[in-house]
Design a binder for this molecule. Sequence first.
Ligand SMILES: Nc1ncnc2c1ncn2[C@@H]1O[C@H](COP(=O)(O)OP(=O)(O)O)[C@@H](O)[C@H]1O
Ligand SMILES: [Mg+2]
Length: 288
Amino acid sequence: MISPMKFQGSEQYVATRDLTLAVNAAIALQRPLLVKGEPGTGKTMLAEQVAASLGLPLLQWHIKSTTKAQQGLYEYDAVSRLRDSQLASIDGGERVRDIRNYIVQGVLWQAFTAEQPVALLIDEIDKADIEFPNDLLRELDRMEFYCYETRELIRARHRPVVFITSNNEKELPDAFLRRCFFHYIRFPEADTLRQIVAVHFPTLRQELLAAALKTFYQIRDLPGLKKKPSTSELLDWLRLLVAEDIPPEALLAADDKVAVPPLAGALLKNEQDVSLFEKLVYLNQRNR
Ligand SMILES: Nc1ncnc2c1ncn2[C@@H]1O[C@H](COP(=O)(O)OP(=O)(O)O)[C@@H](O)[C@H]1O
Ligand SMILES: [Mg+2]
């Protein structure tokens, strides 16, 4: 059992109240916490921070479009075994005889058999194909699976605390959703965002922050933007502004001087969005 200690956020991570409630609810229910939200809203970092503050090692599984559920359980390395069997005459073939030498343990296997309780992160589950979540249902539910090659049942010694993140690129199947506790990390409001910035830049000048946030939200609120800049992009931008010693005045589109804020490449990642923003700045100036 995981100790009753509750997640409260941490010095490096700002967690809103509804987020900490969700984390603790998922732990209490012993269900995976499914965290959705735009990229850069701190989903991956949440798993790292919760694991750290509960004192659990974190096993991470980063999902790609080609990832298969089976890889999280185990893989049988038939090629190595074949190769070894061809060389077997040399060392007597000890290794080849035991199939267990060719079973590559996946993250779930490691999480299930760990000596101590662990946290498990299945990151960006929506990257995989549509069958992927369903293929893991039973394993995550029952916390066990069968290895046919070695004829053993791998059962969790301790139920891991499971985090699953999604950037919302694909819908997840109902049967899968039913087994998770769900939380959507909304894009932070200005207050929360200020706290997040303060965690990363404790000595940032307030005028610069105010000007930067104003520009940042203006960009995010542009209708028709292809890619809204995220928290992590705001942090990158601030880092650059500080490094380049850009004064707050330079950010505000003050009369006809600045079109797009300096170093906007940290925020706007394609040319359509840049020209959209230029139009807004232009209109603002005309209406003055
Ligand atoms: N609530 C938060 N508190 C502190 N830093 C945050 C928070 N949310 C986002 N960040 C910053 O944004 C970066 C990106 O977060 P990440 O967890 O990678 O986002 P996601 O996994 O949702 O794409 C983090 O490395 C961190 O610097
Ligand atoms: Mg992530």
